[in-house]
Design a protein around this ligand. Sequence first.
Ligand SMILES: [Zn+2]
Length: 1019
Amino acid sequence: MHDDSALVERRIRRELAERVLPAMYPLSVPMRVEAWDTPGEPVSHAEALVGLVSSARPFRVGEKWGRPWGTTWFRFTADVPADWVGDRLEAVVDLGFHPDSAGFQSEGLVWTADGPVQGIHPRRTGVPLPAATAGPFELVVEAASNPAFPMLGRRNGHLGSLSTAGDQPLYTLRQASLAVRDDEVFHLLLDIEVLLGLMTALPATDKRRQRLLRQLEQAFNTIDMQRVGATAAAARQVLAPALALQARDGAHHTVAVGHAHIDSAWLWPIRETVRKCARTFASATRMMDLYPDYRFVCSQAVQYHWMETQYPTVFERIRERVATGQWQPVGGMWVEADMNLPSGESIVRQLVHGQRYFESRFGVRCTEVWIPDVFGYPASLPQIFVAGGCDRFVTQKLSWNKQNRFPHSTFRWRGLDGSEVLTHFPPVDTYNATVVGEELVFSEQNFKDHGWSDWSLMPFGHGNGGGGPTREMIERALRFTDLDGAPRVSMGTTHDFFDRVEAEARAGAPVPLWDGELYFEMHRGTLTSQARTKVGNRRCERLLREAELWWAAVGEVPSEVTAELDSLWKEVLLQQFHDIIPGSSITWVYEDAERVHAEVAERLEALIADALARITPSTATVANAGTLDRREVVALAQRPSGDGDVQQLSDGRFAAMVAAPAFGVAATSALAVDDAVVVTERSFANGRVAIGWDLDGSITSIIDVRAAREVLPSGGVVTLELAPDQPVEYDAWDVERWTRGLGSPVGGVESVRVVESGPLVATLEVRRRFGSSTLVQRTTVRAGSARIDMSFDIDWHEDEHLLSLFVPVDVRAREAACDIQFGHVMRPTHASTPWDAAKFEVCAHRYVDLSEPGFGVAMLNDGRYGYGVQDGGISVSLLRAAKYPDPVQDHGRHSVTISLLPHGAGLGDVLREAEALNLPLRETHAGSAGSAPLPLLTVDGVGVEVDAVKRADDGSGDLVVRLHEALGARTTVTVRTSTGVHAAERCNLLEEVQSGIETSDRCAVLTLTPFELVTLRLR
Ligand SMILES: [Zn+2]
């Protein structure tokens, strides 16, 4: 046969787009249009109706509308002709959509007297009007003129803030008509799309592909292009045999689940996300009326909360559909949070607040974590998920890996402590599938576990900016139920999918195992971008710990304090969303985040002060919220009593050695110090450590005095480096492998001087001016401590540069220990394999450590996350300045402390100093009675860290203590409380009792396995 297949395929595609598609609406009349622009931020439907009545202006198709981030309310009216009434009547509205990218541009919400009906976007322009009667008809659309990121290009980042976006209209109303839909043509279009997509995806040698082309050709021969509607049924008959051919024996099974990934903020602010949810969820429930088999999964409890409080009719419809099983809440978290950056306790609270919400509103506890779009998955997650009630996990982000292909689609993921969760990466490699043949065939080919499993999951629906599934997607899914050449598609939930896989596993299938972190080989810049938001989060995490602890010490927590803590936690959890805290959003999002963190911190400081005032004496006191007893030199606002040395500092404060027990308070008393910092022109030294610097103030020597060992290699210098930082694809997201190598030392030294001269505190200050920025570095050594603190105050005004600090280290270690949530992981210090090489920038929380047996050097921090350990030392990324999507990213003032700690064997000293740096002793003078028995708690156990101390959520007054083993060892821990432990139980994260613990001598004694996380309930 002569091969004219390419020409025939072109014919089909052209006639489909230009002839068949327009025939879907054979009859239409224009609607009359009026418009009312909301003067400021969005208003309610009721307010808009008033605006439309009092101030609407006539509007016409072709007219421009919509300043950036504005809202225009359109009223569309028409007279329904008597012979048009019926199911096939639709209003068709095109707000001026870009051809695709639902959710990344203008969107509309259709309102009737009953509330929101559905959303409209470029792939959902029709509004079915089954209830329309002959005569006058009216439709109101709340149209949001959100800028069309990213289609406008990277130079339009200024549109990302109200203050710089301007007021030029962005859109042109393109269509507003009342139309009759030809159902036969609608279904013909779907038949063709399904078969054409399948044909395109199959290999050229596949018999089915060749046959499909000829069957489609025959169908197009049957269509009279002047009378498409009249010949559509005949064309469908031609295609019927092709659609009836059943899937091959042993075909793979795909569970297609409706979904709308809605980023809680990203290229839009949180306030717009609330409206995105209303549009998307209204559409999703509406489709459930039409398609009873259709299933929709939805994560992020906060989005339900927004509906409950701001769109109650939408919420009520969701509740009805959860009850029928068509709508499945998934994920069990408050938001789909980033997993690298939040603390372990924050991830715990994501689950606690998510699960409690779903349970209280729907009677549902999620069994799967759903975070398909998160930039890397730490090794501690499996045990957190399991303790939060989720032993199943869905993501797909590792399909974006640049270096290495992940070997499994379905596997058991084993975490740091040995916990396992059944994990699935949907092989369609997206959470925004559209159910076309190309995706389904790819999905089957890309599935890596055919050797033992017949099932995979396919989340479909417009996502990121919402929108969700369309009726076309659902219709296509129905056609793929049992179709030769494709996997068998069934619409179902994640439960349906995991139940199948678990059945396969129970029947003996060899489910593969991956042990350790799921490192994401992209988006490493998100460990550093928007540093103020990251620091604000860490500060709030610390203050939340302190507030819960000190109120627990008060005893009975007033209900208003409980409610306040609940609300403050939720504010912080929301800002941990996977495009907020990573730094990948527009300017507006960070204006919000920085304001929210500041407000939360202020409220928490007040709560902490209130609690401490009730439990501390009226004399000067230091409070220690940490796990370990502390004895250290601190800077105090008021001169302390006591016999020890007091050194007045240049800022007017007083340095003194003080001590305070863990979870307790002590009088602020200067203690005797058996050590002093000796200062010379170019060095500081105490009994533990000595540092030296050159004329420029650069540190050229660090000596561990007790080990008599130089930390820096010969000729090594602690160096601030500035490197051009221009990622290939994703500006705010990525740091490239070569970026640091392009760096050069930051010069511009203006002054070098010793500003504190001992005996308790010695500080070297170096001031620099470079580019448009200034930087003050203060390097401090204190009596009795081996820690060297380097504090940086930076006024940063560079663009597209990375500022980092490099400390060369003369330690032979093939791996670096990196602090993560509830433990640490080892990362390679070399690029031997492709998997090692990809880890050129890694996440760490409070420390990174390089150790030999018996000696090590740690770098600690109080607010940075991006590290390099493959260049003969440790680099920490301090600041970036991408231009997109936020063109002023990170400009302005920053403060951070990076510390160096030479130490002996193991990580014990590192944990101690990491806690001290991140949880400073709190000076207080406002006490009264001091009636509470303190310390509230003592926890004795090597390498055990306490993450939270609080009163139980159930109001019982029980003390809840969450702790973990942080060194990777088996250890015994003894827990005492000020009132004595009468009964102790192990709980899950939701504080539900799982097993009892022996108590003796009014203590709870338990053995922790390596990296084990335990939640205790004590009475
Ligand atoms: Zn996302």
